[in-house]
Design a protein around this ligand. Sequence first.
Ligand SMILES: C[S@@+](CC[C@H](N)C(=O)[O-])C[C@H]1O[C@@H](n2cnc3c(N)ncnc32)[C@H](O)[C@@H]1O
Length: 288
Amino acid sequence: MNSGRSSHFLTGSPPEDVTRAVFSRMAPDYERNAILERASGERLLDMLALGPMDFVLDLGCGPGHLTRSIRARTGGKLVGVDASAGMVAQARWNARGQDITFLIKDAEHLDFEHGFHVLFCNSAFHWFSSPERVVGGCLRALRRGGWLGLQVPATRQWFTLARDVAAAAAIHPRTREVFSRFRNPIFALGSVEEYVSLFSGGGFDVHDAWLELETTRHTPKEAFALFQAMAGAAFFNPNCYGDGADGAFFADLAQVAGDVIATQTADDGLIDVTVQRLYLFAVKPLTV
Ligand SMILES: C[S@@+](CC[C@H](N)C(=O)[O-])C[C@H]1O[C@@H](n2cnc3c(N)ncnc32)[C@H](O)[C@@H]1O
């Protein structure tokens, strides 16, 4: 917690912890930059095949681009929750006039009781620090027979660009000292089976789960924006370092990331960006 450092991100609001403030600072640009997250989220929604009046909870909704897509697919109650006040403010603004409730709420303290037919969680689960607790809250939030649909960048191979920037920052003379104190907040298990165990252990019947390796080609500018959207809340987050992670360090780190992207850019001016994603579908048993 470093409310002094975070307070300038959200003037007039209660102080957020640093991680939430980093997400809040990303909120205005997130939707434009998160093209891969939108694509995976739309795919998850297609597979969930919502009913016309399903009640849906969008967990870790960000600025609500996918929540609005859910609104177009069902007429039932729709709630988006996110721990970042900036993301929720952006989501409310983007969805003004639409019948969607957005709440500032930590996934680790969900207090919904059996109200939803579907719980949708796209590209957010890896940011949760107590996954078991989140799974318990998800189970409680669903009606019996309700579905959970999850997509999350997963395993330690979740994002090759993050791996490569970390390797470069660990040896670059201008970043290596501070970067040696980097504590990656990303939650990652080693295999599909471990993710299945996490949800089965929390009371869900897991119907299907698999990993997909997704490679897309981008301009260096797009790749940098993707890096920020996907990994910025870790790499550019003072909370993930000890002392010394100041503006100059983050400028150097951004330079290192830009250099990595430039080095990997092919002759046609494009770079491969690879993300490993887990898709998981689970049901709340009728007997719980
Ligand atoms: C990568 S964004 C994903 C946003 C959106 N679901 C999408 O697919 O584009 C991750 C979101 O998770 C939120 N988040 C991180 N930790 C959270 C927590 N403990 N509780 C609720 N939301 C959290 C962040 O504020 C951020 O908006």
